[in-house]
Design a protein around this ligand. Structure first.
Ligand SMILES: NC(=O)c1ccc[n+]([C@@H]2O[C@H](COP(=O)([O-])OP(=O)(O)OC[C@H]3O[C@@H](n4cnc5c(N)ncnc54)[C@H](OP(=O)(O)O)[C@@H]3O)[C@@H](O)[C@H]2O)c1
Length: 334
């Protein structure tokens, strides 16, 4: 197998001084890949030179990934300290964060996590593989005092040494303002959807100004996302003429251009693949051949504000549409 020296992979410094590798392997198999396949990909990725893995309890594969991690430790490929492992508390466990974190640790067979995120700022549960129109009767809008109770449990994980860093995911500017006002330990990252056709410049800028690093998910435009998340209006980053032209110049796949752009812009990127060649191209891509200044400018012009992971399944009864999850007018939608 072709490998990349992991020391060539840049890191970003978080507000507390921790160093996170700028590329990690995503592990959400959607409806396309089973847990064993993803666990095999995690092992391959680490052998190849990846040092950052983006996990979550809801992805349903932490047990299998835990076995893969045991393998790489036993085979002497890496030590625990050389890896960055993220997990996330799922929406139905906002009141049981400590128990949920301990379950992830047990499944992953780890003593600590490098990063633990609140996956969504809503406690709204949806059944796996549910239909896009499904609305749970007990779903609610964002309730700040409840989120801060969840956040206090996140803070206790740091205090108890189970987790080294905590962060948010899918949090908008008005929600983050309140979280920053009321937290004791500040989030070090916000994980959010970003790709060339969905650049979120205002949200990205706000996070950076406030010392919060951005982990961009679905960086390639999530071609394998669940069918329930696809609409006719969705655009395809990898087919954009600007992306394709840069890919031709650099002789790489358009997917790799999306990742180069992400890292050069200042994001941490977590592309998913279980295919060895794609995983390799992605890792290699961020260690060589930057985009020119002009190309970076060109990519900044192709934002289509095309959100792919709309989150319809988290809507509450009174919500008008998925836009309500994202506070588009700058205020928290209730
Ligand atoms: N915090 C959150 O709420 C949240 C939400 C969504 C995702 N995430 C995280 O972000 C990760 C990545 O997002 P994602 O999985 O939605 O989408 P993505 O990384 O944008 O896209 C993954 C797809 O791109 C293809 N691909 C990857 N590298 C490629 C290459 N070099 N050439 C051609 N095709 C390539 C893969 O193909 P193959 O299928 O052929 O491998 C896969 O289907 C997830 O796995 C998850 O860890 C977090």
């Amino acid at each position: 197998m072709q490998t990349i020296d992991s020391k060539k992979v840049p890191t970003k410094t978080l507000s507390n001084g921790a160093q996170i590798p700028v590329i990690g392997l995503g592990t959400f198999g959607s409806d396309n890949y089973d847990a064993a396949t993803i666990a095999r990909a995690v092992k391959t990725a680490i052998q190849m030179g990846y040092r950052h893995i983006d996990c979550a309890s809801v992805y349903g594969n932490e047990k299998e990934i835990g076995m893969a991690l045991q393998d790489v430790f036993a085979e002497g490929i890496v030590t625990r300290e050389e890896l960055w492992i993220t997990s996330k508390v799922w929406n139905d466990k906002h009141k049981e964060v400590v128990a949920s974190c301990k379950q992830s640790l047990a499944d992953l067979q780890l003593d600590y996590l490098d990063l633990y995120l609140v996956h969504w700022p809503f406690p709204n549960f949806h059944a796996p593989k549910c239909d896009v129109t499904a609305r749970q009767p007990d779903s609610v809008p964002y309730i700040h005092k409840d989120y801060m109770k969840t956040w206090a449990q996140m803070e206790s994980l740091v205090e108890n040494g189970l987790v080294k860093n905590i962060g948010t995911s899918n949090v908008t500017i008005p929600k983050m303002k309140l979280i920053l006002r009321d937290c004791t330990i500040r989030p070090v990252v916000n994980e959010m959807e970003i790709h060339p056709h969905f650049q979120q410049p205002e949200l990205f800028g706000f996070m950076i100004e406030n010392g919060i690093q951005v982990i961009g998910y679905s960086p390639i435009g999530s071609p394998g996302r669940p069918e329930r998340d696809k609409t006719l209006e969705d655009t395809v980053d990898m087919e954009d003429p600007i992306i394709v032209a840069i890919a031709e110049r650099l002789n790489v796949h358009p997917a790799v251009v999306c990742l180069k752009w992400a890292v050069q812009r200042g994001q941490i990127t977590i592309p998913f693949s279980v295919k060895t060649d794609k995983m390799y191209n992605n890792l290699k891509g961020i260690t060589e051949g930057p985009l020119t200044e002009l190309e970076m400018e060109e990519v900044s012009t192709i934002d289509k504000q095309c959100r792919l992971i709309k989150g319809q399944v988290f809507l509450w009864e009174a919500a008008k549409g998925w836009e309500d999850l994202w506070d588009l007018n700058g205020e928290i939608t209730l």
